[in-house]
Design a binder for this molecule. Sequence first.
Ligand SMILES: Nc1ncnc2c1ncn2[C@@H]1O[C@H](COP(=O)(O)OP(=O)(O)OP(=O)(O)O)[C@@H](O)[C@H]1O
Length: 335
Amino acid sequence: MSTDVLRITHLTRRYGQVMANDDISLRVRPGEVVGLLGHNGAGKTTLVSQIVGLLKPDAGEIHLGNTDAVRNPAAARRHVALQPQAQAPIDGLTPRAAIEIAGRLRGLSDRDTRTAAQNLAEELDIGPWLDQRAQPEGGGLSGGIRRLTGFAMAVVAPTPLLILDEPTNDIDASRRRLLWDAVRRRGDLGSGVLLVTHNVAEAERIVDELVILNRGRVVADGSPARLRGTQDSDLRVELQLPPGGADPSEDSQCPPVLRRVRTGRRILLTVAAGEAANAVAWATAQNSAGRIEGFSLAPTTLEDAYLALTAQSARERNPAANTNPHTGPLEPTDA
Ligand SMILES: Nc1ncnc2c1ncn2[C@@H]1O[C@H](COP(=O)(O)OP(=O)(O)OP(=O)(O)O)[C@@H](O)[C@H]1O
């Protein structure tokens, strides 16, 4: 008997010549928030579609609890709630009606549904719009309120597995924070959560584990601290190059660099905390000499590691390539 709410083993799915999912294995345990990160076209939606039974794998297994989701998708769907990347089709409804309909479809009583809708409106701060009707072509309600309503529809009745596909799209900064807290709370209340996102920096705060997909493959997985791969005290020096500028951090005067990633005209250097003063002095000199347009110093984040990992994977697959679909032009050089 498995205790995992989701277990995927050696999952493979092609579209013609495109290997959309290539031998993917991952698991989500009860109470765990697992972030699934990847560039556009990395294979995230293909993976989610197979978990919820909308697409058949070419090979591999998917289990939701002890239910084989490939053989028995209808039974598996009872274990999972999904907030898809597309906006929920709620035109003609108020958020309250949409959330209550979702609750009833999930088997809640009328009374429990009403209470759940009210509580979610408070948790997500959408009370003022709860009885405002969504109109066609985006009228009546903003994209952010529609997105939050979609989240509320997915979580109105707890499920063992919750899948959220880019849940923060369109949402303003203050409500985004409420939403991240609400996602974390679903994990703390016992659901396993698979969180699909591009937002590496914000996801880092709330996930227990991360799986990084690159061109259909898992290129790294583990806790944010492990994937960051640096000491908590390490610092990031970000350099902004002038148009056509060369990377000045290759010169011998630059303090020792633990990791170096270039995305377009932006260069991210990871340096040890003890090198902070040297790094500032060196960057100030580069700035005065016009080799960079500006710089900043900040703690390292998972984004630095993510960019380095996906760049490394792209380089291994195609040593001649100089681009990465996530970041655009990229010339990574890991120190
Ligand atoms: N119906 C389809 N027919 C052919 N190719 C497809 C189809 N759906 C997806 N693909 C291809 O499969 C790969 C994975 O796509 P997928 O939509 O799963 O990526 P994604 O990580 O969800 O991207 P995004 O972040 O842009 O939503 C891409 O190369 C995409 O072009």
